[in-house]
Design a protein around this ligand. Structure first.
Ligand code: KG4
Ligand code: ZN
Length: 346
């Protein structure tokens, strides 16, 4: 089974070829440098950059996989794309590219849920989809736009148990980094700073929100902002005032601890309440070393993460979702599905 896949939900333009469960290519063009000066993704710039880069990304993915261009009938058994959730203009670029490729190859078009991609990315080991997930499990999906807990009962059988009511975990990292004068994307920058922290760290609230499986991270971000205002003055951000490096590292550490503890506690409580022992964590934030270490310390659970290379957005994970669907014989030709539809089921 040979699958071509596209990923264009946010600020990575990616195309991949998966053949017989083995990744033949996974080209990723990251737009980070384009968005950095705005400290976040600018949707219109993202759409344009996808449009500009996608021909090169497709070309690279085909070349590396040894597939001749232009595509001939039968070149692929399926063409997959992330159909959402994501930025509308960005999604359209991947969808149109996938439609064209599917038409040329005479292959079915499979639209997949981007967050399902982050979950199934856990199955890759050394470029092979060789570590299948065992179900049922609780999935924690933590990215720049989403923070969700799913009850995953099998491939394509997902129920959303909780999600963030305001900022996503990754978004909180990005916004706190901006307040501290650290570059975009905030997650890796905050993690690096936090690793240098020494001494007592500030005390930030843990947004546990008892009685619900939902999350809320905007209060924590506000707590960081108040702390900085207390230290530097109300209009610190506008005036470009920043903490000395040692203090900044301690704020990063305290913030990261608060996010990590909240994610781990909520996920473990949810798994316990459902009587489940398996947890899988995916999405850009799952690259965070402190989060991985905190889950590793959890007793009584089997916790899966994807290899770091597949934590952030990539088309390999999209191809894998399509493969699992085709194997199950369960997919609908996405030409008939409205753009942007993003329910996590098949
Ligand atoms: O999944 P992803 O690549 O794109 C979306 O689907 O949004 O996630 C990007 C998010 C960004 O908010 C970024 O700051 C965060 O993942 N992130 C991290 C780390 N690496 C990326 N957050 C915390 N620690 C990291 N090491
Ligand atoms: Zn993502």
């Amino acid at each position: 089974m040979r699958i071509l896949a596209f990923e264009t939900t946010c600020d990575e333009t990616s195309a991949a070829v998966l053949e017989g469960g083995r990744l033949r290519s996974n080209e990723v063009f990251s737009q980070i440098s384009l968005h950095r000066k705005y400290s976040g993704v600018v949707p219109e710039l993202a759409s344009r950059a996808h449009l500009e880069k996608i021909p090169f990304v497709i070309g690279g993915a085909l070349r590396r996989a040894g597939v001749r261009a232009p595509l001939k009938k039968g070149a692929f058994d399926a063409v997959a794309f992330s159909r959402g959730p994501g930025l509308p203009g960005a999604l359209m670029v991947g969808r149109v590219a996938a439609e064209a490729a599917a038409e040329l190859a005479g292959a079915p078009l499979v639209g997949v849920n981007h967050l399902e991609g982050h979950l199934l990315a856990c199955e890759f080991a050394g470029g092979r989809a060789s570590e299948p997930l065992e179900f049922p499990l609780v999935a924690l999906l933590v990215s720049g736009g989403h923070t969700e807990l799913w009850h995953a009962r099998g491939y394509g059988d997902y129920r959303v148990l909780g999600r963030t009511r305001d900022d996503a975990a990754g978004e909180a990292f990005d916004k706190v980094a901006k307040l501290l004068g650290l570059p975009y994307p905030g997650g890796p920058a905050v993690e690096k700073e936090a690793a240098r922290a020494a001494g007592k760290v500030p005390d930030f609230p843990r947004p546990h929100m008892p009685g619900t499986r939902d999350f809320s991270f905007s209060g924590l971000k506000t707590a960081v902002s108040y702390y900085l205002a207390g230290r530097l003055g109300q209009d610190f951000y506008k005036r470009g005032l920043r903490l000395p490096p040692g203090d900044r590292a301690r704020v990063c550490r305290a913030f990261q601890d608060a996010v990590t503890e909240t994610l781990v506690k909520k996920t473990a409580d949810t798994a316990r309440s459902l009587g489940l022992k398996r947890i899988a964590v995916g999405g850009g934030v799952s690259a965070n070393g402190a989060l991985r270490a905190a889950f590793a310390r959890l007793q009584g659970f089997e916790v899966r993460f994807s290899e770091r290379a597949y934590c952030s957005d990539n088309a390999a994970m999209v191809a894998l979702c399509a493969l699992r669907r085709l194997e199950a014989g369960k997919y609908r030709n996405s030409l008939r599905v409205a753009p942007g539809l993003a329910d996590p089921g098949w």
